[in-house]
Ligand binder design. Structure first.
Ligand code: TXA
Ligand code: MG
Length: 371
């Protein structure tokens, strides 16, 4: 890689001081305790066993409809610390508490407003996380010292049963090593988490593929801190209004990002990720590839493989519509690692409410670097 580009990469990555932890070794993968659960008919006996691990203060990776999560008892400080250790996660990035039933929010949050109740009724169980004032019983380690707590009621039947059987809220970030793309397949979880957790539940691929929409509900108007499947428009329909955090819209990292997790480089594979918008991208991509014939390139883009893309370039399609983009995004980023890609060029899906989440994740993965 040319020196200039290395400098660029360093410049764009300096927001993340944290070094990426190492992927699992073959030995760790062999030794990891696994539990395969049938997503159509989850076996209660297995889920009860998994819940025992949570109750005893252990860590369990489990599927949700958004991405796989790395769970522990959300009221047990020591157990939650294990999550940070397993992921190599910075201590100032708070965790989401997952609850089995929407009404359980009153056990963890204070000042539950009518808007929060309406949102819970409309979107839970589902891919929505609400940030509300915390109760004192929520440990500092979960909220990273903030006076708010993020709460989600997931829809996935395995996630739901695990939380119910555990009888406690489950704190769970995405089950990837800090900085890596979120895991949407059991294989992704094994790569990142084998040897680092007490139990991994394997099941089918995550249905949605991007993490939940995180919304700050503490003010009069809801503010989206992390875009996801549930859009601003849909929230505005329920609450009358909804804003998107400037940290997302300005496409840069401010000094004090609204959501602590947004300030770190995120979702990045080993390859350098570089963005283009759809307009005029073709010529720039061609020129870039021509000027570095020694590098392995991948192209990640919506739609079909461009007819004139050189044969030796990997093409990873994001599919045809916003739901496909979400579903394929993280698997495409991880595939570039598998294929030993040096540079992954991305044609961003056209901007719209429905593509905000995917564009946001890709911008983070690229450290906002454009061709
Ligand atoms: O879909 C999801 O949300 C997945 C699944 C497993 O549920 N979980 C997930 O967690 O994506 P994580 O830890 O990877 O992302 C949580 C995000 C981070 O950006 C974090 O900073 C933000 O939520 N967050 C958590 N608590 C917060 C709080 N009190 N105030 C503001 N942001 C908060
Ligand atoms: Mg995450």
């Amino acid at each position: 890689m040319a020196d200039k580009d290395n400098e660029n990469k360093t410049e764009n990555s300096k927001i993340s001081e944290v070094k990426k932890p190492k992927k699992a070794s073959p030995q760790a993968i062999r030794d990891q305790r696994l539990m395969s659960i049938n997503p159509d008919h989850p076996e209660p006996i297995l889920l009860q066993r998994a819940a025992e691990v949570i109750k005893k203060g252990g860590t369990v990776v489990f599927p949700t409809e958004t991405v796989y999560g790395l769970g522990a008892n959300g009221l047990d400080e020591k157990a939650c610390l294990k999550i940070y250790q397993a992921k190599g996660r910075p201590a100032d990035n708070p965790l989401i508490l997952h609850i089995a039933k929407p009404e359980h929010i009153v056990r963890l949050g204070e000042d539950i407003s009518d808007n929060v109740r309406r949102m819970a009724k409309k979107f839970w169980p589902g891919p929505l996380t609400m940030v509300v004032k915390r109760q004192d019983k929520v440990p500092d380690v979960v909220t990273a010292g903030l006076d708010t707590v993020a709460i989600r009621c997931p829809k996935d039947p395995i996630a739901h049963a695990l939380i119910s059987y555990a009888g406690v809220p489950i704190a769970a970030p995405s089950a990837n090593l800090s900085g890596s793309p979120s895991p949407t397949k059991a294989a992704h979880v094994m790569e990142d988490m084998a040897g680092r957790v007490d139990l991994i539940i394997t099941s089918r691929d995550a249905d949605i593929g991007v993490e939940s929409t995180v919304v700050d509900m503490t003010g009069d108007v809801p503010v989206i801190l992390r875009p996801g499947r549930i859009t601003r428009e849909e929230i505005a329909e329920v609450c009358g209004d909804c804003r998107i955090s400037p940290a997302i819209l300005e496409h840069h990292e401010p000094e004090h990002p609204a959501s602590p997790g947004m300030k770190y480089t995120h979702y990045s594979p080993e390859a350098q990720v570089i963005l283009t918008e759809q307009d005029g991208s073709k010529d720039r991509i061609k020129a870039e590839m021509r000027s570095h014939p020694d590098l392995n390139y991948a192209l990640i883009a919506p739609g079909e493989r461009p007819a004139d893309l050189p044969e030796n370039v990997d093409f990873l399609s994001l599919g045809e519509k916003p739901e496909d983009y979400e579903h394929r995004l993280f698997a495409a980023l991880r595939k570039t690692d598998e294929d030993h890609i040096d540079r992954a060029l991305v044609i961003l899906p056209e901007a719209s409410e429905k593509t905000l989440a995917v564009r946001d994740r890709l911008m983070h993965a690229a450290g906002y670097q454009y061709l």
